[in-house]
Design a protein around this ligand. Structure first.
Ligand code: Q9C
Ligand code: ZN
Length: 343
């Protein structure tokens, strides 16, 4: 049993997604988003509750059907084209290129992705599907059973995935799917994204939506992935103007600077009169993370979590990144314990 008493959801089918390599700084390296991440968290937290199947409908509220079809068949198409290993693109349509409906797998990979960090392996679709169902199951505990909080051990993660693209180890946007579901159940929802990387997919999905607040604290995209999104002047568009709030922080940020941004984020959420929080939680803000550059220590996670739970709002905690596998269980457990603790 985990120290926190927060219900945990996980499905073992999420583990079967195992891409081998990613293109990183000009060469192939072992895929950082390993299945051992989820195993490490699970072995620290103890048993998870069983995930229910909410079907395709909530996924299709967020993602295009053509993209979902692509995700399902891309690996088969790759193999049918005579390729080895995992499907990965190498050509992308430059922004504003006129849409062309191409069948070649390489063109389809370019059309439905934005980077080379997100290979599609044989079991990717199934793992992404169950990761989304994990988020929906944990949400149901909050909105149908009145649990004040729940933890969705989602893997693969989701916040870089938009309505018709994968990227950044993400295929289906678990947090967005849950947020949309919560909204349809009548809640005024705020998404707080505290992964090290900007949640460009989530931002994109709700960019013109004034009812869904998206607030993100992340590494400055001037220096860090995903570079093209997450700058402070991105504030939403049309009716969504003001409902996107980006708080980029420099590399090397320790707890103190982080809490200043967090207080600003929480104030924004209060001002929005949010009734439910979807928290995209990445533990890649940890000082020992192999691909990230903040300076948060293990003992900082309970502090951060406790401030967020101080909002007093029902909260779905959705797992995003975090690649220091050795310390990941401890950091996630610390976060959940700090969240559950009364102040
Ligand atoms: N050379 C999440 O944390 N690779 N995704 C960056 C830098 C992509 C991270 C490569 C990082 C994606 C969910
Ligand atoms: Zn991340």
């Amino acid at each position: 049993m985990n120290a926190s008493s927060i219900p945990i959801y996980f499905d073992a089918r999420q583990l079967a997604h195992q891409p081998l390599l990613e293109l990183h700084n000009g060469g192939w390296s072992p895929y950082a988003e390993k299945s051992t991440r989820a195993e490490a968290i699970l072995s620290q937290l103890g048993n998870a509750r069983a995930v229910s199947d909410f079907g395709m409908e909530p996924i299709l509220e967020v993602h295009d059907a053509s993209y979902v079809d692509f995700l399902r068949s891309a690996h088969d198409e790759w193999r049918a084209a005579g390729r080895e290993g995992d499907a990965i693109g190498y050509t992308w349509p430059v922004i504003r290129r006129r849409p062309v409906n191409l069948q070649r797998i390489d063109a389809r990979l370019g059309r439905y992705s934005f980077d080379a960090a997100t290979p599609i392996a044989k079991e990717t679709w199934s793992a992404a599907y169950w990761s989304a169902q994990t988020a929906l199951s944990a949400l149901s505990t909050v909105i149908d059973q009145g649990s004040p909080a729940a933890f969705a051990l989602c893997r693969p993660p989701g916040h870089h995935s938009g309505k018709d693209y994968c990227g950044g180890y993400c295929y289906l946007n678990n947090a967005a799917i849950a947020a949309e579901r919560a909204r349809q159940s009548g809640y005024r929802v705020a998404i707080l994204d505290i992964d090290y990387h900007h949640g460009n997919g989530t931002q994109d999905i709700f960019y013109k939506d004034g009812a869904m607040l998206f607030v993100s604290i992340h590494a400055d995209p001037a220096t860090d992935y995903p570079f093209f999104w997450g700058h402070a002047d991105e504030r939403g568009e049309g009716e969504g103007k003001g409902a996107t709030v980006n708080l980029p922080l420099p590399r090397g940020t320790p707890l103190e600077g982080y809490l200043t941004a967090l207080d600003q984020a929480l104030e924004t959420i209060r001002a929005h009169s949010a009734e439910l929080i979807i928290l995209s939680f990445g533990a890649d803000t940890f000082e020992g993370d192999p691909i990230s550059h903040f300076q948060l220590r293990s003992e900082d996670y309970p502090v951060i979590a406790n401030r967020i739970s101080g909002l007093g709002l029902p909260t779905l905690i959705v797992m995003e990144g975090g690649y220091a596998v050795e310390e990941l269980g401890r950091n996630v457990d610390g976060f959940l314990s700090g969240f559950a603790k009364a102040d």
